[in-house]
Design a protein around this ligand. Structure first.
Ligand code: PSV
Ligand code: MN
Ligand code: MN
Length: 431
């Protein structure tokens, strides 16, 4: 029996109030889609299969390098973080797996944590290692790099950490390791580019050796920060080269916030997938750089275009199943609300991508009709698919309006009473 943090009666009551309107809206959309020979129930069922992992650290309020403004009732440890994740899953029904960041959310006893998660109906997605900051009492420092450090003993420390994270993940039932490093340089001349990349390949190779045979290793690139002049794995090109050199189950992870402004991310997605190297995503949105804003909050069209590629790839390769995670920093919202909302935005982009008339699109492409090609994409993008999202959630046991239901539950106020403010609680952000 799954332990639930929100009363199932409350979800039913809240749904009951909205059900008639939902039926009407769903019916109207069904008829509209029928005219395009699309069966709404098939699309709803497909929408229900989409899963996006929650970052354990994302349920704590984030921060910037200037300040962090803690919210009330923040989780104080990994168990309370799982409690919050279970609320997101209970209401939204598309986030049953959690991605841990080690050592931020390192469990003392993985078996105990696994059991705790299972009781809440949760499992574990990709594990994230952290060699971008020094850990307490680690002796050697990552100040000048980790997997690419000039000194072999520092590289060994970083490699050993990644192997430890794999071992933890194995005990938790995870199937992937995500590696993002901040290694790079701040001054021209500080680092020898090819030697540093060579050291990365050597270190990544050693981590890969420790990878269980049913695991994937995901290399995450990022253009800049914390290194501001050069970054070792700065773009998809370096990521692809490293993944290719490292091994078959080593793939690239695309974080939407890690690119130069205006870069065509959807085309990167297509390129990587075409050569079997697209392994996963970190969803978020950005206006200026690696802002870690909520998915779909700034550029929902880009998110749709990314999913347009993903659906296209899936059509040609049914086994294609990248790891999806939300990687966001919630500074001014309740993280639970942001994560519920963001997961739904990802699902919305997916649903719209499913509705693209691919036969028409490829004909317009073949006939060099750019206006109608983009109009075909826009026709799907401009549809209001909210009734599909709502129906998918309701049929899966979630809430038609998850934010309203969450607020009605007063879960956060309850947490505020049970979890006195801990000014030192960890969250993403100050990195
Ligand atoms: C780095 O900016 C990053 O995107 C990596 O995925 C880190 O693990 C994560 O942020 C922390 O939120
Ligand atoms: Mn990321
Ligand atoms: Mn990032």
């Amino acid at each position: 029996m799954t332990t639930t943090k929100i009363s199932t009666d409350l979800i039913q009551q809240e749904n009951h109030r909205r059900q008639d309107w939902l039926q009407q809206d769903y019916q109207a959309l069904a008829e509209k889609l029928q005219r395009q020979h699309i069966d709404i129930t098939t699309v709803t069922a497909q929408a229900q299969t989409l899963q996006v992992a929650l970052p354990s650290w994302g349920v704590g309020t984030g921060g910037t390098r200037f300040a962090r403004f803690p919210g009330i009732g923040e989780p104080r440890n990994i168990f309370e973080k799982l409690d919050d994740c279970s609320v997101i899953q209970q209401l939204g029904r598309m986030t049953p797996n959690i991605s841990l960041h080690i050592p931020w959310d390192k469990p003392d006893d993985p078996t105990e944590l696994k059991q705790y998660a299972e009781a809440l109906g949760l499992g574990f997605d990709a594990m994230n290692s952290n060699t971008f900051q020094d850990q307490a009492n680690q002796g050697l420092s990552y100040k000048y790099g980790s997997l690419t450090h000039t000194r072999a003993e520092v590289r060994q420390l970083a490699i050993a950490h990644n192997i430890e994270v794999i071992e933890l993940g194995r005990q938790l039932g995870s199937k992937a390791l995500t590696v993002w490093i901040g290694d790079g340089s701040n001054f021209p001349g500080q680092q020898h580019f090819s030697l540093a990349f060579g050291r990365y390949l050597e270190s990544a190779g050693q981590i890969y050796q420790a990878l269980p045979s049913d695991w994937n290793m995901l290399l995450e690139h990022k253009m800049f920060e914390p290194a501001f002049y050069s970054t070792v794995i700065q773009d998809w090109g370096s990521s692809y080269l490293a993944a290719k050199e490292t091994g078959e189950r080593c793939r690239c992870l695309v974080d939407l916030g890690h690119h130069a402004p205006n870069v065509n991310i959807e085309m990167i997605v297509s390129r990587l997938a075409q050569f079997g190297k697209l392994g996963g995503f970190h969803f978020n949105d950005s206006k200026y750089g690696d802002d870690d804003l909520d998915s779909g909050s700034i550029n929902p069209y880009q998110l749709f275009l990314v999913f347009n590629e993903l659906v296209d790839i899936q059509g040609n390769m049914p086994s294609f199943s990248p790891f999806y995670m939300l990687d966001q920093s919630h500074n001014v919202t309740d993280p639970i609300e942001s994560l519920i909302y963001s997961a739904a935005e990802v699902q919305r982009a997916y649903i719209k991508a499913l509705l693209v008339d691919r036969t028409a699109l490829s004909q317009y492409q073949d006939n060099n009709d750019p206006l109608m090609a983009q109009a075909t994409l826009k026709a799907a993008y401009n549809l209001d698919v909210e009734p599909i999202l709502q129906m998918a959630r309701m049929q899966s046991g979630g809430a038609i309006d998850p934010i309203a239901c969450y607020r009605a539950s007063a879960y956060r106020q309850q947490c505020a009473r049970q979890r006195p403010t801990d000014k030192h609680a960890t969250g993403s952000g100050i990195i």
